[in-house]
Write a protein that binds this ligand. Sequence first.
Ligand SMILES: O=C(O)c1ccccc1NCC(=O)[C@H](O)[C@H](O)COP(=O)(O)O
Length: 218
Amino acid sequence: MREPIVKLCGNQSLSDTAKTASSKASHLGFIFVKRTKRYVRPERVGRWIRKVRPRQKLVGVFIDPTVEELEEILHFVPLDVIQLHGNETVSQLLQIKEAFGLPVWKVVHHQDGGLDQMDIFKGVADGFIVDSKVGGASGGTGVRFDWEAVPAYRDAAFDQGVPCLIAGGIKPENAGELLSYQPEGIDISSGIERENKKDIGKIQAIMKEVEANVASIS
Ligand SMILES: O=C(O)c1ccccc1NCC(=O)[C@H](O)[C@H](O)COP(=O)(O)O
């Protein structure tokens, strides 16, 4: 049975990181996109990681980063995965993979042509995240999409031999519904927050839903 991928994203403080790290999630995410509400400074994240020592894999979220920017972040934070949330091209992904030797997850927004986007990155992306498209926002919107589309994305990623996480508006109250579509992984940010801080009760509630559905997402 494969362990479900659960990424708890948008950690903004030592306290957030301690709460998400105390869970059974597999990945913790940090937003390195300047001028967005969950942006965190890499040197701070580095300090939190040294204190908390999470057992989870660390994911850095970026929009159209340069190799130099990534180099700077990696100097402070030992990322395990680079998540690209912007308009990056295949050649940019290849350049980043070559420069750092880290897995790169490409975000595809759920909209017409979402599956074609996944096809474009076939053999290059090491994983996909399918997120809601909400106006000009890139992510962290707290808005879900029509999950009837989930099996098509899941199967397309499966055919490529890479994981696919579903993101956008997942919360304890609706996680069971999403998990019934058997995604390989889920990515949550707003749904585990209360007043912009991660909430241990919501984290535990999400993880309880995952555990209850573990057979269906493995
Ligand atoms: O979270 C943000 O503020 C953000 C800003 C810019 C680009 C990406 C961002 N988040 C990426 C994520 O991986 C979120 O976990 C994902 O979009 C789901 O967010 P939510 O709907 O809040 O659960």
